[in-house]
Ligand binder design. Structure first.
Ligand SMILES: Cc1ncc(COP(=O)(O)O)c(C=O)c1O
Length: 420
């Protein structure tokens, strides 16, 4: 039986492990499986490749290798940065973040709120951008940390990280950015941007799942989140995941090499996909700012249909994409990101994210364009939704986000289902 071809448009969720990365890892799974902390040569032999991988990741973000702390994933890195700031400044119990963060931050914020900390989730504009004057005004004397993503995983909208870092610096508050969606798509320079903490995750840049890093700027006060052995200069306990770190290092080299391709070929593919679909499919709209956006991401609303139905039908054709909606107790909750942008719930429920990567070809985009307009027309023909529905009125995201937070004890499961 021949396998159905795969048309993968979900690179913001996870990426294929690059063959070059697999090749780099294999010797450390098969032969060089020693522990880098051992006293004998067999173990010590992996210390140098480990240092080399750390140096490659430092180069990717223009950091010093000593500023890199390997973790298990982007979520751990985000949690670790916020946890460290709260523990190292015990008098400060306020965290400032945004309403459009990944659940790695939203759910950690809600966890902190239940333990008596205060968390502000900054609103965003209809195009997904952040009003940095509001950010400035929201920093308080008791703010322990500002944690704001660099680029949004659902819409690709990019925040002005350098400006945000400058504001935080002028107010004496540490700044963490979740840059998980950025490497390989935009240049990252921690020195030029002036961030204090930055999170990355291997599986978003063609390394395996289960490896991440936290950049901790030199001289920043830091309290480990995982406590035990002295690995990572005492900043993250646990025996180093040598093969994955080696793979992550190789992926960092590839990400740098492919930055140009993402911004030329992939951007052009994404634009062709988006423009063609919006032209061919009536009542379809881009979510998020067109310009200030990752080159690979397109989030499109298709009115009068449910994204879940679109995704199921695409899946039958071997096409993978995502929606930010989350299924809970039989109903579909709209994406918290689109909701925060003021997209009405009905339109948000019909929104699909297409995220491209270096393995996508023109033929992939042709295949999607060939099938999606017809598929949406068929779904609309049987859809009970129409333009007269009251939900199509403009929506008040702040009221919704207030009620979500008042309900936080019961919404934990919902929020944890949000899109990667
Ligand atoms: C913006 C963002 N932050 C954090 C994460 C979490 O990363 P990880 O899956 O490595 O925990 C993801 C992806 O899932 C993401 O897209």
């Amino acid at each position: 039986m021949t396998e159905q071809p795969l048309f993968y448009f979900d690179n913001n969720a996870t990426t294929r492990v690059a063959p070059e990365v697999v090749d780099a890892m294999l010797p450390f799974l098969r032969d060089q499986w020693g522990n880098a902390s051992s006293a004998y040569q067999f173990g010590r032999r992996v210390a140098k490749p480990l240092d080399d991988a750390r140096a490659k990741l430092a180069t990717l973000i223009n950091a010093d290798p000593k500023e890199i702390v390997f973790t298990s994933c982007g979520t751990e890195s985000n949690n670790a940065a916020i946890h460290s700031a709260l523990v190292t400044s015990p008098g400060k119990r306020h965290v400032l973040t945004t309403a459009v963060e990944h659940s790695a931050n939203i759910n950690f914020g809600e966890f902190l709120q239940r333990r008596g900390f205060e968390v502000t989730y900054l609103p965003v504009e209809p195009d997904g951008s952040l009003d940095i004057h509001v950010l400035d005004q929201s920093i308080r004397p008791d703010t322990a940390i500002v944690s704001i993503m660099w680029a949004n995983n659902e819409t690709g909208v990019v925040f002005p990280i350098e400006e945000i870092a400058a504001i935080c610096r002028s107010r004496g508050v540490p700044f963490h950015t979740d840059a998980v969606q950025v490497p390989g798509k935009l240049p990252i320079d921690v020195k030029a941007t002036g961030v204090d903490f930055l999170s990355l995750s291997g599986h978003k840049l063609h390394a395996p799942k289960g490896i991440g890093l936290l950049y901790v700027k030199r001289k920043t006060r830091f309290q480990p989140y995982i406590i035990g052995g002295h690995q990572e200069r005492g900043r993250r306990a646990g025996t180093e995941n040598v093969p994955y770190i080696i793979g992550f290092g190789r992926a960092a080299e590839l990400a740098l090499e492919r930055l140009n391709e993402e911004n030329t070929r992939i951007r052009a593919l994404r634009d062709r996909l988006e423009e063609t679909l919006i032209r061919l499919i009536p009542n379809s709209y881009r979510n998020g700012d067109r310009e200030s956006r990752l080159p690979n991401t397109s989030n499109i609303a298709f009115d009068f249909v449910e994204a879940e139905a679109i995704l199921l039908m695409l899946d039958q054709l071997g096409i993978c994409a995502s929606s930010g909606s989350a299924c809970t107790t039989g109903s579909v909750d709209p994406s918290h990101v689109l909701t925060a942008m003021g997209v009405n719930p009905r339109r948000a429920r019909g929104s699909v994210r297409f995220s491209l990567g270096v393995y996508n070809s023109d033929a992939d985009v042709d295949f999607l364009i060939q099938h999606l307009p017809d598929l949406i027309a068929r779904l609309r023909a049987i859809s009970p939704l129409d333009a007269a529905h009251p939900d199509n009125d403009r929506y008040d995201p702040r009221a919704a986000s207030r009620s979500r937070r008042h309900d936080h004890d019961t919404t934990v499961a919902t929020a944890s289902d949000t899109i990667d």
